[in-house]
Design a protein around this ligand. Structure first.
Ligand SMILES: O=P(O)(O)OC[C@H]1O[C@H](O)[C@H](O)[C@@H](O)[C@@H]1O
Ligand SMILES: [Fe+2]
Length: 197
């Protein structure tokens, strides 16, 4: 007889953005993603302090298609040079799996791209529900000066594929410009691939 999974709930802590119980916590510092930022001198200057960039509180459910993974991400405010703090970004391992984001706190930008090089961005503020369709890589960026917190839900079997983003980068970088943000073409996008061609 199949064992039936028991219903349960998790508490969202409105002040911090954390979940209770905590579940699996992912913390990423600058050293975990130093090559992803544009300004390598700014990276070097900050690496001693090695700031905490974001934390992900994961509710633990089985990683299969029956379940729905869900988590909160707390993305701290800050910049590396003039590039805003951001997540690593990923495609789903099963690439045709979608995701839903619900912004709870602060403000940010959700940037997305396909393997064909198509690019899209959505502004997020408390109340924004953003849809990441199948096939789109996704990264979030804190464009404000307070913590940016969002809830995410996605199919249990989706998985995370960081490889292509690590080698190719994103089409655009999100930089501070005149106290706002600007989407700037990333000069190293697909550079590694071009060298190999
Ligand atoms: O996995 P990263 O690209 O570092 O992004 C951080 C996190 O952002 C969102 O919350 C996603 O739903 C998570 O699955 C992801 O882990
Ligand atoms: Fe995802």
């Amino acid at each position: 007889m199949t064992k039936i999974f028991q219903p349960f709930s998790t508490m969202y802590e409105f002040d911090s953005g954390a979940l209770n119980p905590q579940g699996k916590l992912i913390s990423r510092r600058l050293s975990d993603m130093s090559s992803m930022y544009q300004d390598s001198e700014a990276v070097q200057a900050l690496l001693n302090d090695n700031p905490l960039i974001y934390e992900v509180y994961n509710v633990e459910v089985p990683e299969n298609e029956e379940h729905i993974q869900h988590c909160t991400t707390i993305l701290y405010p800050g910049k590396v040079g003039s590039e805003f703090f951001m997540t690593k970004g990923h495609y789903h391992e099963i690439i045709n799996r979608a995701e839903i984001y619900f912004c709870l706190k602060g403000k940010g930008l959700l940037i997305m791209q396909t393997k064909e090089g198509e690019f899209s961005s959505l502004e997020m503020e408390p109340g924004t529900i953003a849809y990441v369709p199948p096939y789109w890589a996704h990264r979030t960026v804190n464009t404000g000066d307070e913590t940016f917190v969002f809830f995410a839900a996605y199919p249990g079997d989706a998985g995370h594929d960081y490889g292509l983003i690590e080698t190719e980068g994103f089409v655009k970088a999100v930089m501070e410009q005149a106290e706002k943000y600007a989407l700037v073409a990333n000069p190293s996008y697909r550079k590694e691939n071009e060298i190999g061609e």
